[in-house]
Design a protein around this ligand. Sequence first.
Ligand code: SAH
Ligand code: SF4
Ligand code: F3S
Length: 451
Amino acid sequence: MVIFSGFNLIIPLKTNRKLYIETYGCQMNFSDSEIVGSIMATDGFTIVGQPNNADVIFVNTCSIRENAEQRIRKRLKEFQLLKKKNPSLVIGVLGCMAERLKSQLLEQEQIVDVIAGPDAYRDLPQLLNTLENGQKAMNVMLSTEETYADISPVKLNPGGVSAFISIMRGCQNFCSYCVVPYTRGKERSRNPNTIINEARELFDNGYREITLLGQNVNSYHWENLYFAGLLENVAQIDPRLRIRFTTSHPKNLSDELLYTIARYENICKSIHLPVQSGSTRILKHMNRKYTREEYMNRIEAIRRILPDCTISTDIICGFCSETEEDHKETLSIMQWVAFDYAFMFKYSERPDTLAARSLQDDVSEEIKARRLEEIIAMQRHLSLQSNKKDIGKNFSVLVEGTSKRSATHLFGRNSQNKVIVFPSETLKPGNYINVIVADCTAATLKGEILT
Ligand code: SAH
Ligand code: SF4
Ligand code: F3S
């Protein structure tokens, strides 16, 4: 249906417009896309699962490494073909790349019509309204208060058992390599009542696992309530609701928090604690605010208070001035901690960060690649060792779905966040079941239902 304005412009009615959202980057970005979905649905849009017949395409972007941005630019080229077929198609770029590049992106990528930074999503309907006559629209204002606390996110993959809740936004740690403080703005926490209500609602709708999200999740605070207190409040909703959280910064991982995790069966025994490097000299250049020994001290606290907890990490290799000695210290701390899982990256210089402004990206691509390979090989070995130790143990598994490899097998996770595959054709996603581990690879545990 169309309406005719006084100037005889043809403007489609707001209703029935279809929006497709594609998301890159971290879990916070996926959670943001659900907020965007909710704002747009309220404005009359239907959210669709693929781009072909959409009236509007939003790409929620990531700037963390150069190759993340390159991938997104390639995808924008593909959307150009859709726009050729349908010239009224609107393309919006949201998220960190929008915030980092601002109007430059409108100049570089001609097909982009709308730019919205992470704190500007309430303005999206308004931005779309200003697009007539081939104009472009942009809002990249960062806020010190926006947490979207009152917006109930729409689930873009409904019917799941696991959901994310953003509990804080922004980061002001200024690790020297990192673009996030510039793209996400100042750290701010969300009103705890809205967090607890959202968690309760998700549980009532069948969700059984919630991950509390923040770039620096354990520095959460709202008046006198700190992260340990919030975690406790969410854990008390129902013992059948599992709670996870990410990402913790080693400087904020207190013993009090570890004791809270120990007290509740449903707070999962798995901690993601990015180390980044094993060399104190490199950690100082990275502005990580802890030494190798201080990091090890936090690992010892986890081992003491939570003996069955798994520990995962993030590692960057080839940071400015990293020597062979520094690299060996990274390998040795990996071995000392015996990480169960790791995300591993080559350093990628990001324009305007502290490192880009004051340090030389002086480790060659070849050396970065070789060091990364050694780190990946070390982690593969450690993950296999960790999984082998679980053979013969039994775990309560939350069923997530059917195994990709076999229709007669289900998969789920244990509290330690390890994936377990086991034969069953009767259980459903959201069920809990006890499984005994019989075999493993470096990536997966294989088990049988304990009868
Ligand atoms: N706030 C979280 C996650 C930040 S991004 C934290 O503090 O850990 C996720 C990971 O990407 C980081 O932990 C880091 O290992 C990696 N990363 C960030 N900037 C990077 C860069 N410029 N080059 C390579 N890896 C980077
Ligand atoms: Fe980036 Fe450091 Fe903040 Fe993590 S804590 S988002 S690595 S600045
Ligand atoms: Fe990427 Fe932004 Fe997340 S840079 S990792 S999407 S906070």
